[in-house]
Design a protein around this ligand. Structure first.
Ligand SMILES: Cc1cc2nc3c(=O)[nH]c(=O)nc-3n(C[C@H](O)[C@H](O)[C@H](O)COP(=O)(O)O)c2cc1C
Length: 218
């Protein structure tokens, strides 16, 4: 049977989105997938966060050791899962910058037919968690990818009192981060990774030049 290749791309400052990314990667690996866990570029100075917080310092030691994502990580993969902390109800700027950088892949149609899924972490319960998940999906559709969520056959989706939704993996950490990421949120994240790996085994990418299509349409 085909071995799925899954790339997980994460932005994280205080470590909660990183914790979800690692659970997603573990879930995909448990399904036999080859997994690349990657970070996005670090934008300095870190003016939007409290760099003196202990969780920031601990998370950044781990985060900065991850390899930086590049276009090849997406071309290589059958399944792509990306996520960031929520910023004003949207994805973070560093992840958005990475998505802008991969415009050549859109022109080549290089991601058409691959499987995509998303994750995020928010401070609040009702301040952008699901909206960020939905908006993280839009670039995948622009790239012609197939979206994957989490079905309610996963019991943790019914048990959760914080993050995790049919739209993707998520955490609700509290506005000072004190709620952290709980086991139920990690279970949902792992289920998402496993599901992407299973689906990615079954699909064939359909690379097709968007530029050529535009020329033919003239
Ligand atoms: C500039 C900024 C904007 C934020 N905007 C939101 C927001 O719109 N909604 C929300 O619930 N949390 C918001 N937060 C909180 C983060 O999303 C939350 O702390 C998240 O869990 C951090 O993820 P991380 O631990 O991976 O860095 C914001 C934080 C910062 C620094």
């Amino acid at each position: 049977m085909k071995i799925a290749k899954v790339t997980v791309i994460v932005d994280s400052r205080y470590g909660s989105t990183l914790a979800l990314a690692k659970a997603i990667a573990d879930g995909a690996q448990a399904e036999g997938a080859h997994v690349r866990l990657r970070r996005v570029a670090i934008q300095e100075p870190e003016f939007s966060v409290d760099t003196k917080r202990a969780d920031f310092i601990a998370a950044q030691q781990e985060y900065r050791e991850l390899p930086k994502a590049c276009a090849d990580d997406l071309v290589w993969a059958d399944g792509i899962i990306w996520g960031s902390p929520t910023r004003y109800g949207l994805m973070s700027t560093p992840l958005r910058s990475f998505i802008d950088e991969i415009a050549p892949l859109w022109r080549e149609g290089a991601l058409i037919g691959k499987v995509g899924a998303v994750f995020t972490s928010t401070g609040g319960m009702h301040s952008g968690n699901e909206m960020t998940l939905l908006s993280l999906m839009l670039p995948f559709l622009q790239h012609g990818m197939i979206l994957c969520g989490v079905p309610h056959s996963e019991p943790a989706l019914i048990q959760t009192r914080k993050g995790g939704s049919p739209y993707g993996a998520s955490a609700v950490t509290g506005f000072d981060g004190s709620l952290g990421v709980d086991e139920i949120e990690l279970t949902i994240a792992s289920t998402l990774g496993a599901r992407v790996a299973r689906l990615a085994r079954q699909v064939e990418a359909e690379p097709a030049s968007v530029e050529l299509a535009a020329a033919l349409a003239q």
